[in-house]
Design a binder for this molecule. Structure first.
Ligand code: DSN
Length: 419
């Protein structure tokens, strides 16, 4: 029988060739972008399944289209598993992406013009946390908190002062580029003092919360937690909202019909699969190993002239100031490492004097390498190679020889789901 991939090869060789090229790139090189990962083979199977054919606007038991026997089953499974994994009273698994999920929360629980206290973009906040260029930044009144330039800590006296003065309707924790744990108790106590809702965008570390390696904001009384499903959680691309049960109706109506139409049922089936995996013992081992690997990679870089923002990491990522460490900007550093088959992403640093497409650093993370089975000794090798490359950005021979070593290392760690 002809497989779906064989049909693709026969009927659209251009797309097939690009797909094979991407498979090769993902297997032969090392993926260190902290928001990327390798998903489970079962997730790839459900994403490419007949669930992609189905329209399911509405929610289980209350749909606007017929034929929902199996889609209702999988959405209920995904919601129940999400509630169990994150100890949440309610879960909405329909958001198509991280941005949509955060927008759905703001639009469902607040009114346009309301004040939200959130982390500044250059200090690690996400675009949807009120960056002036985002629609959310225009629609709501965002007040931004920043981090300490030396140790990266958040000045909670200042956050409290801002909250007492500005009376936000919501206080937002969570980040997209910040290498430390968050102090949820302090956020919650300030929010309670001013009567604000608490929301945590745990998109980056949702998988690490699920695996018990990082703190769960819901355990600290947060009203809402959001997470994307494709980063440390290793699922399909998508988002989910976890909240108290009394917020259920406002959140669900905000996602559909407020913001979205038909949910992607193939992704929801894949989220259900991911959340079963996330309850298993080897996922917990993976989550803890991500942090161990991150610490060793950070220490290796710091021992080789690397200046890390906040001086280290408590989570799966680190932000390397390449200008101060090696005299090159983040764009050049990203390109140099690409030549050695090491994938990172250029990254702005707190109060960066340089523009976003030529910023002062790169962001590095360990979830994908850990999924492949790499351990501390592999991180020491990687850290040494990164330092070698960034210290000698114009040495083509060195970059080629590091590339050969990276490819050799990667051959020992097959990628799940790719033959
Ligand atoms: N794109 C995600 C990241 O890389 O952190 C968040 O938007």
């Amino acid at each position: 029988m002809t497989s779906n991939l064989e049909y693709l090869e026969q009927n659209d060789p251009d797309v097939f060739k690009a797909l094979k090229g991407e498979e090769l790139r993902q297997t032969t090189g090392i993926e260190l972008i902290p928001s990327e990962n390798y998903t489970f083979p079962e997730v790839l199977a459900t994403l490419g399944s007949v669930f992609t054919n189905k329209y399911s606007e509405g929610y289980p038991g209350r749909r606007y289209y017929g034929g929902q026997e199996f889609t209702d089953q999988i959405e209920n499974l995904a919601r129940d598993r999400a509630k169990a994994v994150f100890r949440a009273e309610h879960a909405n698994v329909q958001p198509l992406s991280g941005s949509a999920m955060n927008q759905a929360v703001y639009l469902g629980l607040l009114e346009p013009g309301d004040t939200i206290l959130a982390m500044d973009l250059s200090h690690g906040g996400h675009l949807t946390h009120g960056a002036p260029v985002s629609h959310m930044g225009k629609l709501f009144n965002f007040i931004r908190y920043v981090t300490d330039p030396v140790d990266g800590s958040i000045d909670f006296d200042k956050v409290r002062g801002d909250a007492l003065r500005e009376r936000p309707k919501m206080i937002l924790a969570g980040y997209t580029s910040y290498p430390r744990e968050m102090d949820y108790e302090k956020f919650k106590s300030i929010a309670d003092e001013v009567g604000a809702l608490t929301m945590c965008d745990a998109s980056h570390y949702g998988g690490l919360v699920a695996g018990g390696a990082m703190k769960n904001p819901l355990d600290y009384g947060f009203d809402v937690m959001t997470t994307t499903t494709h980063k440390s959680l290793r699922g399909p691309r998508g988002g989910m909202i976890l909240c108290r049960k009394d917020l259920r109706s406002r959140i669900d109506k905000s996602v559909f019909p407020g913001l979205q139409g038909g949910p992607h049922m193939n992704a929801i089936a894949a989220i259900a699969v991911t959340l079963l995996k996330a309850q298993q013992d080897d996922f917990k081992v993976y989550a803890h190993q991500v942090l161990k690997n991150s610490k060793v990679l950070a220490e290796t870089l710091m021992a080789r002239q690397g200046k890390l923002i906040t001086g280290g990491t408590d989570n799966h990522m680190m932000v390397l100031n390449t200008v101060e460490s090696y005299g090159i900007d983040g764009k050049i550093a990203e390109e140099v490492l690409d030549q050695a088959a090491i994938t990172t992403n250029k990254q702005i640093i707190p109060d960066d004097p340089n523009p976003p497409l030529k910023p002062s650093g790169v962001r590095i993370g360990t979830p994908a390498a850990t999924t492949r089975g790499m351990l501390e000794a592999d991180m020491e090798k990687l850290g040494g190679w990164i330092a070698d490359c960034l210290s000698n950005p114009q040495d083509e021979n060195l970059l080629a020889s590091v590339r050969a070593e990276v490819e050799q290392l990667c051959r020992g760690f097959p990628v799940p789901g790719i033959e």
